[in-house]
Design a protein around this ligand. Structure first.
Ligand code: GRG
Length: 294
């Protein structure tokens, strides 16, 4: 199964990358802006959100082509969020995916505009998708604007920024990640199922699956950060006093974080079993996300 999953991931990464690049290339965009957008699109990235959407559609009898424009739109929004997250006014990061961040490679104004352009282009791509009905477009745009906007990802981002200045508990941490990361992952699997014609009950099951995926994704992200810090600084877990930001390993200890992650793995798998789609790629992706090393 491991090799099969790797092939599946690679193939879908390739198709999604080709589709995004082709769309941006063919649009009439001023050169610097286009270069800046393509720079972040081509910088790598796991494409986990589009892959989850494709796997969810396939689990309910749909195909990659049924959802490709929506998967592309979703990755455009994810890319915009990373460009803006790296800006000096937010996380102020110099590197992303091992390369200079967009505002370092270009400049701040260009990076802001590249993010804005990717965000708005996402909705253009959905409206122009030939394989979607008018009703499907409205439903998808409604869900995507909620998941990425001021009640979803943007809400999570401001709560996260505010949390840097105070102590938060595990429930608050979970709420931040649910909004900041979880909502887009839930969107991916729910809309994949919807576009494949899944029933309301099936959509509810994958939404809950998406919730657990969001949590275990974030916990693994925090664990990878700890491991990265240890390698960089030669320090023991929990001894990094420079970074006071609340994370799962900080609040629960590394073993506690792993336990919560494993609980979410089990719950995600159980939901797939109950929905009789445990033999789909969605199951393999649980372990891939939980055990990923980047
Ligand atoms: C700027 C509105 C706005 C939101 C930013 C997504 C986000 C919100 C911030 C990113 C910061 C961060 C490290 C979040 C934790 C989890 C996360 C989303 C990691 C990056 O996603 P991956 O691992 O990235 O899917 P790749 O590089 O594979 O695309």
């Amino acid at each position: 199964m491991a090799v099969q999953l790797n092939d599946y991931i690679k193939e879908n990464q390739l198709i999604v990358n080709q589709a995004i690049i082709e769309i941006v290339e063919r649009m009439n965009i001023p050169t610097t802006l286009k270069n800046s957008m393509l720079y972040s699109i081509k910088a790598g990235g796991k494409r986990i959100r589009p892959i989850l959407m494709i796997a969810s559609a396939e689990a309910f009898g749909g195909t990659r082509d049924d959802v490709l424009p929506v998967a592309v739109a979703l990755e455009m929004i994810h890319t915009y969020s990373l460009i803006h997250d790296d800006l000096p006014a937010m996380d102020d990061d110099q590197l992303r995916r091992g390369q200079p961040t967009n505002h370092i490679q270009f400049d701040e104004a260009t990076a802001i505009l590249a993010g804005d352009a990717l965000l708005t282009m996402a909705f253009q791509v959905i409206t122009e998708a030939k394989q979607l009905s008018a009703e499907q477009k409205v439903t998808v745009i409604n869900r995507l604007s909620i998941a990425s906007g001021s009640s979803g990802m943007v809400a999570g981002q401001i709560l996260d920024l505010e949390a840097e200045e105070k102590q938060i508990d595990i429930a608050q941490l979970e709420q931040i990640h649910q909004l900041k990361t979880g909502e887009l992952l839930i969107f991916a699997v729910e809309m994949g199922a919807y576009l494949a014609g899944a029933s309301q009950t099936e959509r509810l099951a994958v939404k809950q699956y998406g919730h657990h995926i969001g949590l275990l994704f974030q916990i693994q992200d925090d664990i990878l950060d700890v491991e990265g810090d240890q390698i960089k600084l030669g320090k023991q877990v929990g001894s990094d006093q420079d970074n006071e930001k609340s994370t799962y390993p900080k609040l629960l200890g590394i073993d506690g974080a792993i336990k919560v992650k494993e609980k979410n793995v089990a719950m995600a798998i159980k939901l797939l079993e109950e929905a009789t789609i445990a033999n789909s790629m969605l199951a393999s992706l649980v372990n891939y996300i939980s055990d990923r090393d980047a």
